[in-house]
Design a protein around this ligand. Structure first.
Ligand SMILES: C[S@@+](CC[C@H](N)C(=O)[O-])C[C@H]1O[C@@H](n2cnc3c(N)ncnc32)[C@H](O)[C@@H]1O
Length: 300
């Protein structure tokens, strides 16, 4: 959940302007109902059931809409299915597969920021929060950290809230937002992670630009999604299962060719038989692409 103080770190997903909350808060100053109004373009973004909804419904189209129907339809099944199917189909346990990309996030290298701000970590498409325990595990003890998670599926975020309610994880600010128009200012985050979704995004190039825009220069950006490891000679059952899992994508592969201009330190690796991990950095802050909005184009 977000509280009143978190609002100053948001930016209007339409114009990048500052937002002000008008509405009801809980006793603990968490946003409950109301709207976040942009001081720039005047747009009011709804807050309901404790969730800020910083995206335009009309822009959730094509595969993004389809994915949301799927994730909203089975949020409680996502984690058990992943835990069972990962070892069955890929001969690797889910924790092992996750470990292989988490090391690329280099959380252990984080140090307190010189400007006194907390270290900020963003997961785009946070889902049920399955990466949050690993983020917590890998962070240096005592570091002042804020974790932010965005997703388009309210069902998945509800599951994530249940996970967070256990109290063992650091407070995570959850909000509904579209990866194509992230509601944050440029260069806000010290780490950016995305796992399992970009292959189904309507404009993956725009999503990569947005992740690069909100990352501080030099920070690792880690993107993980489906790609079949052909070098491992998958058997027919694995090929069939992979096809079924990625039915929405004609050519599921690492989108290296869509990286933003100026991406450096690019590392592409296969971290599981069905998953690639793409790590890169940007040395100077990218500015807001505005291309996730209506009427703009992308090669995605
Ligand atoms: C396979 S789940 C992965 C969840 C989590 N990252 C993990 O590793 O378990 C993909 C998530 O991406 C979300 N998603 C799909 N399209 C999105 C978009 N355009 N913007 C933000 N999230 C999106 C889905 O709602 C879903 O929760």
């Amino acid at each position: 959940m977000m509280d009143h103080g978190d609002v100053e770190w948001l930016a209007c997903p339409s114009c990048g302007g500052r937002l002000v909350f008008h509405g009801q808060m809980t006793e603990r100053e968490h946003l409950r109902h109301g709207a976040l109004r942009c001081g720039g373009c005047g747009e009011a973004w709804k807050v309901s059931r404790g969730l800020a909804r910083l995206y335009r419904e009309g822009e959730v189209r094509g595969t993004d809409r389809l994915m949301r129907v799927i994730y909203d339809g089975l949020p409680a099944l996502h984690d058990p299915l992943t835990a069972v199917l990962t070892p069955l189909l890929q001969s690797v346990s889910e924790p092992d597969a996750r470990d292989r990309y988490m090391r690329r996030v280099e959380l252990g290298a984080l140090r307190p920021r010189l400007d006194g701000q907390p270290t900020r970590i963003l997961e785009v498409g946070v889902g049920t929060g399955a990466n949050l325990p690993l983020i917590h595990r890998d962070l240096p003890r005592g570091l002042d950290v804020e974790v932010w998670g965005v997703d388009l599926s309210e069902g998945m975020l509800t599951q994530c809230r249940k996970r967070l309610a256990s109290g063992e994880l650091p407070r995570t600010r959850l909000l509904m937002a579209d990866a194509h128009a992230l509601p944050f200012p440029d260069a806000m985050f010290d780490r950016v992670l995305h796992v399992g979704g970009i292959g189904g995004y309507r404009q993956p190039r725009v999503a990569l630009e947005e992740m690069a825009r909100v990352a501080r220069p030099g920070t690792p950006l880690v993107v993980v999604d489906e790609q079949l490891d052909k070098a491992a000679r998958p058997n027919w059952m694995q090929r069939l299962a992979f096809r079924a899992i990625t039915f929405y994508d004609r050519n599921p592969h690492c989108p290296r060719e869509l990286l933003p201009l100026g991406a450096t330190g690019v590392v592409e690796e296969q971290v599981a038989p069905f998953y690639y991990c793409l790590t890169f950095r940007v040395d100077s802050p990218n500015t807001r692409a505005m291309s996730g909005r209506e009427g703009t184009s992308s090669a995605g």
